[in-house]
Design a protein. Structure first.
Ligand code: NAD
Length: 269
C-alpha cells in the first residue's frame, strides 16, 4: 500500500466520501481515525472495521472536539501524518431570491460553521502534529469551489472559501506540511443540508438524480464515492507527492472542459 505506517484523521468519515476514504486508506496500509457528529455512524464504524478504526464522536464546529480528536488519534496511533477535512453540508441549491432573509442569515452561520470554520479549526488542531511528522492536510472541495450552480450562494461561497484556506495554509505551513484540496462532483451519499433551511433530513439524491448528474459530465458516468479516493491517496502519499502543495485537484469528471454546445466532443467516437 501507498500509505503504509501512515496515520490519518478524517472528519465526517461516517458515510459517503469520508467512509470511502476510511476504507481506501486502510487498504493502503494507513491507520485511520474519524471525527464524526453522528453517534450512530461512530458505532457502525467501530463494528464494521472490528475496532480497527478509531471513531471519535464530536462536532467539527467545536474547537474542543477537534483538539480532542487529534489527541485521541495520537494517543492511539502515536502520531498524525494526514488530516482530511471532509465533513460538510450542502444547501440543495437554495437560491438567493427563493430563500428568506432569515433562512439566509441563520443558514449562513450554520453552513459556514461546518464547511469553513470546521476546516479551519481542524487545521489548527492538527497543525502541530503535522509539523512534527512533516505530514499533509487535504480538504474536500466540490465543483462548487470553482463553478456556479453546484449549490446556492451559501454552499458555493463556502467551497470557494475553502480554496482560500488551502492557499493560505499551504503558504503558512510550507516547507513542513503540504496542504491540498480535492473537488469531487455529484455522488450518492448521505449529504444533507442545514437545519436553518429545513434540510437536516433531506439527502442529496432527494433533489438530484443519477441520470441528471451523469448527463452533465463530459466523462458521462455517475461516479461512486470510492472513485474519488485516488487523488486523496496521491496527495497523502509521501512517495507520490513530494511537490504538490496549494493544489486543487478537480476530480469532477471533466466539468471544467465541458463544451458550450456539447457536453463532450467525443460522444460519436
Ligand atoms: P455525507 O453526509 O455522506 O458525509 C459527511 C459526513 O459528515 C456525515 O457522516 C455527517 O454526519 C458528518 N458531519 C456533518 N456535519 C458534521 C459536523 N458538524 N461535525 C462532524 N461531522 C459532521 O456527505 P458526502 O457527500 O460524503 O460529503 C463529504 C464531502 O464531499 C463534503 O465536503 C461535501 O461538500 C463534498 N462533496 C459532496 C458531493 C456529493 O455530491 N455528495 C459533491 C461534491 C463535494
Amino acid at each position: 500500500g501507498w500509505l503504509q505506517n501512515e496515520v490519518a484523521l478524517i472528519t465526517g468519515g461516517g458515510s459517503g466520501l469520508g467512509l470511502a476514504l476510511v476504507e481506501r486508506f486502510l487498504k493502503e496500509g494507513a491507520s485511520v481515525a474519524v471525527l464524526e457528529r453522528s453517534a450512530e455512524k461512530c458505532t457502525d464504524l467501530e463494528q464494521k472495521f472490528d475496532g480497527q478504526v478509531l471513531a471519535i464522536q464530536g462536532d467539527v464546529c467545536s474547537a474542543a472536539d477537534n483538539q480532542n480528536a487529534v489527541k485521541a488519534t495520537v494517543a492511539r496511533f502515536g502520531k498524525l501524518d494526514c488530516f482530511i477535512g471532509n465533513a460538510a453540508v450542502w444547501d440543495h441549491g437554495a437560491r438567493l431570491i427563493n430563500t428568506s432573509m432569515e433562512q439566509l442569515d441563520k443558514g449562513f452561520d450554520e453552513l459556514f460553521a461546518i464547511n469553513v470554520k470546521g476546516y479551519l479549526l481542524g487545521a489548527k488542531a492538527a497543525a502541530a502534529e503535522l509539523v512534527k511528522s512533516c505530514g499533509s492536510m487535504i480538504f474536500t472541495l466540490s465543483n462548487s469551489a470553482f463553478y456556479a450552480e453546484g449549490g446556492g450562494p451559501l454552499y458555493t461561497a463556502s467551497k470557494h472559501a475553502a480554496v482560500g484556506l488551502i492557499r493560505e495554509l499551504a503558504f503558512e505551513l510550507a516547507p513542513k506540511v503540504r496542504v491540498n484540496g480535492v473537488g469531487p462532483c455529484g455522488m450518492k451519499t448521505d449529504l444533507r443540508g442545514p437545519q436553518a433551511l429545513g434540510q437536516q433530513d433531506t439527502r442529496i439524491m432527494d433533489s438530484r438524480s443519477p441520470d441528471a448528474i451523469k448527463a452533465i459530465l463530459p466523462l458521462q458516468f455517475f461516479p461512486e464515492p470510492e472513485e474519488f479516493t485516488g487523488p486523496f491517496v496521491l496527495l497523502a502519499s509521501r512517495q507520490n507527492n513530494q511537490t504538490l502543495t496549494g493544489v486543487m485537484i478537480n476530480a469532477d469528471a471533466g466539468l471544467g472542459i465541458r463544451g458550450i454546445r456539447n457536453v463532450a466532443g467525443g460522444l460519436e467516437l
